[in-house]
Design a protein around this ligand. Sequence first.
Ligand SMILES: NC(=O)c1ccc[n+]([C@@H]2O[C@H](COP(=O)([O-])OP(=O)(O)OC[C@H]3O[C@@H](n4cnc5c(N)ncnc54)[C@H](OP(=O)(O)O)[C@@H]3O)[C@@H](O)[C@H]2O)c1
Length: 265
Amino acid sequence: MGDIFTAVFGSEAEEQYILQCMSYILIFMAGATFLTLLFENVPYGRYATSKYGFPVNVKLAWFVQELPAFVLPVFLVLKSSAAQLSETANRFLIAMYFCHYVHRSLVYPFLIRGGKPTPFFSFALAFVFCIYNGYLQIRHLSHFAEYPKDWVRHPWFIAGFVLWLLGWLVNVHSDHILRNLRKPGETGYKIPVGGMFEYVSGANFLGEIVEWSGFALAAHSIHSAAFAIFTFVVLSSRAVAHHKWYLAKFEDYPKSRKALIPFVF
Ligand SMILES: NC(=O)c1ccc[n+]([C@@H]2O[C@H](COP(=O)([O-])OP(=O)(O)OC[C@H]3O[C@@H](n4cnc5c(N)ncnc54)[C@H](OP(=O)(O)O)[C@@H]3O)[C@@H](O)[C@H]2O)c1
């Protein structure tokens, strides 16, 4: 793409520098988010309040907010003529990213059962995050990232890929368990059972944290590490909040169940 982005950023080197800066900004935002989450839960789902704007239908909110994380990367890949796109490692990593976001943006929203409407502020933040991170991850992988020829056989790549796959499966399976707690039309909460919920209250969050940590290990870049750190901060806080919420709401909540890390925490 010789190239909208080069025109916007001046040169490829300049754009590469900006992608690095965006990664450090994301890590800084993770720190700021960590501090904020000490005082308040991210306001959607069971913590939604009218204080954060008018309610957006939950299926519409998830579909629209996550869509840029799919559409923008598709555009970036289709328009890129960089050699990176013919490299096995780059292709694998891009496929891993898309595997998650095809499900998250095109499948997950339409399966939600009885979810609470999303406050506009939370919806808008998620929308902006998906544009920012979609550009950061896929522009880097499709245009700039360079790996040794045999990187897909490197222990770091293999370990990262296995973690990513396990995490993705746990995430999708756990979201499936949660959704099936409700019959069509129900909106209340029940104690999740089965799968990783036998060990932790935040099984879906544990899956997603492991998934993006594996992706970061396989991709070995500041860009992917920033995404994994941000995910860890947001979702570990949510797992702890849900765990406390379950203990307060259900007297018969399993006492041995932890918040996020089986047997430990
Ligand atoms: N990468 C990231 O930074 C990031 C950030 C946020 C979310 N996510 C992912 O997005 C997915 C959804 O996240 P989330 O925060 O919405 O998860 P969540 O709070 O666990 O809720 C998921 C869905 O299940 C329902 N639900 C949850 N617990 C239930 C229970 N005990 N009984 C009946 N229904 C229950 C919720 O309904 P209600 O709406 O009524 O609560 C909601 O529709 C997860 O896979 C998460 O990992 C990723």
